[in-house]
Design a protein around this ligand. Structure first.
Ligand SMILES: C[S@@+](CC[C@H](N)C(=O)[O-])C[C@H]1O[C@@H](n2cnc3c(N)ncnc32)[C@H](O)[C@@H]1O
Length: 254
């Protein structure tokens, strides 16, 4: 796969996704992370990748000391611009390729949220998870929250495709194609709205829950829990969404 992700997360992505995730949604998800992990004020949290800081910000506002890491300069600039009153001592951002070891360690928790694996090779993902493990303290946790193959297949089996109107009037369509042999999803986004229109294409590796657990373990993390999205409800592959989104929690045991 090409390194599409180096240019995908640009101004267009930001305009689309920041409308798809209102501040209310972001604050709600940050609260879900907080209660799922029983976080306490003062905890050190690595948000990696952090995108435009949509979760880093509310998590820092709730009392965590947050470092947000991402490779996209555009998204990091937006994150900085939206930091509000939060001082650097509570929230910092860092441009970094997560396939490389992080320059800081000792975090209580590292979060990899909103389908942020599978963009390159399996070895790239193994490196990212190893680096997140290396960034948390012994006993620290790594959380991976993601879409997965069982959910995708359930969605495609219903003939579903997603089309929604964003707050600025843009009509946004997502028409994924799935190659079940390679396990690769080809993502096709199209949008049209006031003053703009465009398309974006990408491909990502859609793991099964079993493969994701194997990736965590390969990175030296012990599986401590599997949940339905960012919740405390244990994951069960049931219902029309095959359990919905999956959050895995791995612990660094040494
Ligand atoms: C789907 S977004 C999720 C971001 C954030 N967790 C959220 O919930 O909004 C995926 C992010 O991964 C970042 N990313 C992809 N590959 C990366 C890498 N190798 N190193 C650092 N960031 C990466 C992208 O720039 C993008 O911001």
């Amino acid at each position: 796969m090409s390194a599409w992700w180096k240019s995908f997360f640009d101004e267009d992505y930001l305009r689309l996704m920041s409308q798809a995730h209102s501040e209310e949604v972001n604050t709600g998800q940050a609260s879900d992370v907080w209660s799922m992990l029983d976080l306490a004020p003062g905890c050190r949290l690595l948000d990696a990748p952090c995108g435009w800081g949509r979760l880093s910000r509310p998590l820092a506002a709730m009392g965590a000391t947050v470092v947000g890491v991402d490779q996209s300069e555009t998204l990091l600039e937006a994150a900085e611009a939206q930091r509000g009153e939060l001082p650097e001592s509570r929230l910092r951002y860092l441009k970094h390729d997560l396939r490389e070891p992080l320059p800081e360690s000792g975090f209580d928790v590292a979060c990899n949220i909103f389908t942020s694996l599978g963009y390159g090779t399996e070895e790239d993902d193994a490196a990212i998870l190893r680096n997140l493990r290396g960034a948390v303290r012994p006993g620290g946790r790594v959380v991976v929250e993601t879409n997965h193959r069982d959910m995708l297949c359930a969605y495609l089996a219903r003939g579903a495709s997603s089309c929604r109107r964003l707050p600025d009037g843009t009509l946004f369509t997502d028409e994924p194609e799935f190659d079940a042999i390679s396990g690769i999803v080809r993502l096709h986004w199209y949008w049209s709205g006031p003053g703009w229109s465009g398309e974006k294409h990408a491909e990502w590796r859609c793991y099964t829950p079993t493969q994701l657990v194997a990736q965590l373990e390969r990175a030296g993390l012990r599986l401590a829990g599997a949940y339905q999205g960012l919740s405390k409800t244990p994951y069960k592959a049931e219902g029309p969404q095959a359990g919905g989104r999956l959050a895995l929690v791995g612990v660094r045991d040494d």
